[in-house]
Design a protein around this ligand. Structure first.
Ligand code: ZN
Length: 142
């Protein structure tokens, strides 16, 4: 676990990412807890510390974190994207009205079966050479 900003800086160096103060500050804030954040919220978070930062810079840094598997990108339909700072593999329950996103651990029996089913469906539809990244169950109160 990355506890201090120095830890974050060293971690970025290990990943061959230049640890600029902006990146260190940004990642440090992102990983303080497991959270799902919209691009706009991430931008505002960084903007608090670096008022002159551009959206493009923030989004480039986010993409760098995604490419290196530090942060996960989730697409909820065509317009909504959130960034997930929880590191371990998990699925999602998505409440459509409130847009609430709930983490579901994948190592339990039911989610294990779900994972297996999703892999089978994917393979049947797309052939081999693909893997399930996430299972998102959209739900609403009835
Ligand atoms: Zn999540």
């Amino acid at each position: 676990m990355l506890k201090t900003k120095q830890d974050v800086s060293n971690f970025l160096k290990e990943k061959k990412i230049s640890p600029t103060s902006q990146r260190v500050e940004m990642l440090y804030k992102l990983i303080q807890k497991d959270q799902h954040l919209s691009p706009e919220v991430v931008f505002k978070m960084v903007n608090d510390d670096f008022p002159k930062v551009s959206r493009a810079t923030v989004y480039n840094n986010l993409n760098l974190f995604i490419e290196n598997g530090i942060v996960r990108k989730l697409s909820l339909g065509s317009i909504s994207t959130v960034f997930d700072t929880k590191n371990e593999q998990h699925f999602h329950l998505h409440e459509e009205n409130s847009d609430e996103l709930i983490d579901v651990r994948t190592n339990e029996e039911t989610t294990g079966k779900l994972s297996e089913a999703a892999s089978t469906v994917l393979k049947k539809q797309m052939g081999s050479g693909y893997k399930v990244k996430d299972v998102i169950i959209n739900f609403e109160k009835v």
